[in-house]
Write a protein that binds this ligand. Structure first.
Ligand code: EPU
Length: 416
């Protein structure tokens, strides 16, 4: 299994190009199931999760071609309306095929995703919404069996804000008969990116970017060309890396408007940030100041940045409180950060972090995607060598992270 060996203490400087957003690319690739025409997609990131979802949809009969920096999908020959357990268990986002399959073909069999490292993560809201649209759904031997001659528009109020739930119901509603209103919809930019693609495909959606999406169903969708938005979490991860290790780095092909809450916290921590239409520059010369925050849905502070920011707080001046409100078990990086010399205590869903002078390198183990990123950040700032094991988690969601970090001066290498 691959590991990352990091010799910490190097200042970072130069430029990094940010990749397309993982959490936009995944639903957008699933939208390829909604039409028999070609979808031309640009800025799809090179990640394990993208490979996994593509493999799943190829099994269904979707044609996928890579033409340089463009991925072309064609869903004219979809024959297998099934997402098997072997695939869904490796990636929960596979649930995103349920809405499109049911809407276009009237049928789907999708494995229930189990719990995962960061929490129990049920999909009851996806099911409840599809049932409200007239789908007959039963669960048997770990599979969701869904059927509907044609889905019918409905008013759906989800019990909580759910990102992939909103995306699944949106992809179902665009081909349903009549009007669907999704109340309490997720406002994450990745939901908006999917909605913008669907509109290019002929869908009728109002309220994009808000928590109330109104969809007039159409009979058919057609092909389109779309460029995936920048990955705001990759952006935030690189910003935290520079804030922790010190330096002066410009991130290209990204936008500050995608992560205002995290940028505010970085400024509070002492970073100097400047930005233009498609770039963000960070300069960090001093020790970071401790900053407290709570994770919330967009536009609040993202749960997907909590672990990386915690690494920064560990070596900051002062004590901070970090409260996780989205997932019940997303503190698994804490024990590993403590192995690197951090002083973190947990009380319920709040971590109390007393800033220490420095991390000291040690072998650590990645437990999930964003936890892995926090360990890499800690390793970059640490004195001595840090060996991060189980980096297959990192490869799921970051596009060549060690190459991008090396290019800005980090001493980091992948070892077998
Ligand atoms: N929830 C339910 N029932 C549902 C759906 C959600 O109880 O039917 C709960 C979840 O258990 C959780 C909360 O609602 O406590 C929010 O979950 P949400 O459905 O929004 O999460 P998700 O759609 O499964 C996406 C991202 C995650 C990100 C979360 C929150 C994708 C593919 N994944 O997950 O990304 O953390 O939204 O923003 O978009 C990551 O990239 O590292 C990652 C985990």
């Amino acid at each position: 299994m691959d590991k990352l060996l990091i010799r910490g203490g190097k200042r970072l400087s130069g430029e990094v190009t940010i990749s397309g957003a993982k959490n936009a690319a995944l639903p957008i690739l699933c939208a390829g199931l909604l039409t028999a025409d070609d979808l031309h997609l640009k800025n799809i990131p090179h990640l394990q999760d993208v490979i996994t979802i593509t493999k799943l949809m190829k099994q269904m009969g979707l044609r996928v071609q890579e033409n340089g920096d463009e991925t072309v999908l064609n869903g004219n020959d979809i024959t297998k309306l099934e997402a098997p357990y072997e695939m869904v268990k490796t990636m929960r986002a596979s649930i995103l095929v349920l809405g499109p399959l049911l809407a276009r073909f009237g049928e789907a069999k999708v494995s229930l995703p189990g719990g995962c490292a960061i929490g129990s993560r049920p999909v009851d809201q996806h099911i409840k919404g599809l049932q409200a649209m007239g789908a007959e759904i039963h669960i048997d031997a770990g599979y969701i069996y869904a059927k509907a001659k044609r889905l019918k528009g409905a008013r759906i109020v989800t019990d909580m804000i759910t990102v992939t739930g909103t995306e699944n119901l949106l992809m179902a509603a665009v081909l349903a008969e009549g009007e669907t209103v999704l109340e309490n919809a997720a406002r994450e930019p990745e939901v908006g990116d999917l909605a913008n693609l669907l509109v290019k495909m002929g869908a009728k959606i109002e309220g994009i970017g808000s928590d109330r999406l109104v969809i007039q169903g159409v009979d058919k969708l057609h092909g389109a060309t779309h460029e995936v938005i920048a990955d705001r979490i990759e952006t935030g991860t690189f910003l935290c890396a520079v804030a922790a290790a010190g330096g002066d780095v410009t991130l290209r092909r990204t936008r500050s408007g995608l992560l205002d809450a995290a940028l505010d916290k970085l400024r509070e921590a002492g970073a100097i940030l400047t930005s233009g239409e498609d770039w963000i520059r960070i300069q960090m010369a001093a020790r970071p100041k401790a900053v407290s925050f709570r994770t919330t849905e967009y536009p609040g502070f993202p749960t997907d940045m909590q672990a990386q920011f915690m690494a920064l707080n560990c070596i900051a001046d002062g004590t901070s409180h970090v409260t996780e409100t989205i997932f019940e078990n997303r503190f698994m990086h804490v024990q590993e950060l403590n192995r690197l010399g951090a002083a973190i205590d947990i009380e319920g869903n709040t971590a109390i972090i007393k800033g220490v002078d420095k991390f000291v390198g040690a072998p650590v183990m990645a437990t999930d995607l964003r936890a892995s990123a926090s360990l890499v950040i800690a390793g970059l700032a640490a004195q001595g060598e840090t060996l991060v094991e189980r980096i297959y988690h990192l490869d799921r969601g970051y596009d060549r992270m060690e190459a991008k970090l090396s290019a800005i001066g980090a001493d980091i290498e992948r070892v077998k």
